[in-house]
Design a protein around this ligand. Structure first.
Ligand SMILES: Cc1cc2nc3c(=O)[nH]c(=O)nc-3n(C[C@H](O)[C@H](O)[C@H](O)COP(=O)(O)O)c2cc1C
Length: 328
C-alpha cells in the first residue's frame, strides 16, 4: 500500500492516542513492527502561539520516523498556518483531526464537531492541502450521530480537494467509544472513493485484519490494543507473543524513555498509565499494580518490576501471558 509518498508492507500503523503516544510508546511500537506513527493531536492554536506544551509534543528523537503530525483546529486559517509551521519539522505528512469526541474539543468546533459543518470541514482540508507540499490525511468518525452518517459524503469531497489518505474510526461522536464500529461505512467508503482508507477501531487480532481487508481497508491502525502491548504489531504480523523477558525489558525501557522525556518524577507517574496493561494476565498482577503505583523513584520502580518478574518466572517458568485487551 502506498500513502503519504511511502510504501507500506503490513499497513500496521500506531494510532494517535492523546496522553499515551509520545515518542517512547511510538519507538517501542515501531520496534515491534508499526510501520507508521502519528503524534498525539496537537492544537493548531497552541502551535501558532508557540506554547510550551506544543513544543514538547513536537520534540522527538531523529529515529522516530516516519511520523505524521496530527493537528486539531476549528479554523481553516489557523490550521493552514499550523500546517506551514509543521512542514519544516521533518514530518512525513499532516493529519487533520475530525474525529475527537471529547467535549473540550468539540465545544470549540474542532474534532468531530467539524463533521456537523461539512463546509468548514472542506474549507479546512482545502486550506491545509493548499498550504503545504506534504501529503495530508483526515481522520474522521462515521458522523456525529446515527441521523447524520456523512463520512462517505465528506470522503468524496476530500478526495476532490486533494487529500491523500483517509482514516476512519466508524463510530459516531454520540457512540464515543461504546458499541461496535460501523464497518459498513468503511465498505461504502471504499466502494465510492478512490483513496486509500485506514481502518481504526477495536483492532486486536489477525482475524480482525482479515475481516477488514475483506471490506476493503488498505491499512490498519491500532490504538488501545497497543497500550502496554507494543508487541501487538509483531503478533498481528504473524510473529510470536512476547516472552516474559521481553515484557520486562520493554517495561524497563519504556520507563527509562519516559523519564528522559518528562524527568524522573513525572516519568514514573506517567508510567502508571501503562503498568496495569503491561502486567495484565500475569500471575500476581493485581497485587503488583497498586504497589507499583505508590513508587515515585525510578530506580525503586525498576527494582520492584525486576522482583515481580522474577517471582512470575519462579512461579511458572513456562507461563506466557494470554493476549489481553488493555481496555480504555
Ligand atoms: C485515550 C485516547 C486518546 C485518543 N487520542 C486521539 C488523538 O489524539 N487523535 C485522534 O485522532 N484519535 C485519538 N483517539 C482515537 C484513536 O486514535 C482510535 O481511533 C480509537 O481509539 C479507536 O481505535 P482503538 O480501538 O484501536 O483504540 C484517542 C483514543 C483514546 C482512547
Amino acid at each position: 500500500m502506498r500513502a503519504y509518498n511511502l510504501d507500506f508492507t503490513s499497513g500496521l500503523f500506531l494510532a494517535p492516542l492523546s496522553g499515551y503516544t509520545s515518542w517512547p510508546m511510538r519507538m517501542l511500537c515501531r520496534e515491534y513492527g508499526a510501520e507508521l506513527a502519528y503524534t498525539e493531536m496537537i492544537s493548531a492554536a497552541g502551535l501558532t502561539r508557540n506554547t510550551m506544551n506544543t513544543a514538547k509534543i513536537l520534540h522527538r528523537p531523529a529515529c522516530d520516523t516516519p511520523l505524521i503530525a496530527q493537528i486539531f483546529s476549528a479554523s481553516p486559517e489557523e490550521a493552514s498556518l499550523a500546517a506551514r509551521m509543521i512542514e519544516d519539522q521533518g514530518f512525513a505528512g499532516i493529519d487533520i483531526n475530525m474525529g475527537c469526541p471529547v467535549k473540550k474539543i468539540v465545544s470549540r468546533g474542532a474534532g468531530s464537531a467539524l463533521m456537523t459543518d461539512p463546509e468548514r470541514a472542506c474549507a479546512m482540508a482545502e486550506a491545509v492541502v493548499k498550504s503545504v507540499k506534504l501529503p495530508v490525511s483526515v481522520k474522521m468518525r462515521s458522523g456525529w450521530d446515527t441521523s447524520t452518517l456523512n463520512a462517505v459524503e465528506l470522503a468524496q469531497a476530500f478526495e476532490k480537494i486533494g487529500v491523500d489518505i483517509l482514516i476512519l474510526h466508524p463510530r459516531t461522536r454520540a457512540d464515543m467509544y461504546r458499541g461496535s464500529p460501523r464497518w459498513e461505512v468503511l465498505r461504502e467508503m471504499k466502494q465510492t472513493v478512490g483513496l486509500p482508507v485506514v481502518a481504526s477501531g477495536d483492532i486486536r487480532t489477525a482475524s480482525d485484519l482479515a475481516a477488514l481487508s475483506e471490506l476493503g481497508a488498505d491499512a490498519f491502525m491500532v490504538g488501545r490494543g497497543a497500550v502496554g502491548r507494543p508487541w501487538i504489531f509483531r503478533e498481528l504480523s504473524g510473529g510470536p507473543a512476547a516472552t516474559l523477558a521481553e515484557r520486562k525489558e520493554t517495561i524497563l525501557r519504556h520507563l527509562d524513555m519516559l523519564c528522559s522525556l518528562l524527568g524522573k518524577t513525572r516519568g514514573v507517574r506517567h508510567m502508571r498509565k501503562f503498568i496495569s496493561s503491561y502486567v495484565k494476565g500475569l500471575h500476581g498482577a493485581s497485587h503488583f499494580r497498586p504497589l507499583a503505583c505508590t513508587i515515585d523513584d525510578p530506580e525503586q520502580l525498576k527494582k520492584s518490576i525486576c522482583e515481580y518478574f522474577a517471582g512470575v518466572e519462579a512461579l511458572d517458568p513456562d507461563s506466557e501471558p494470554s493476549p489481553a485487551d488493555p481496555g480504555e
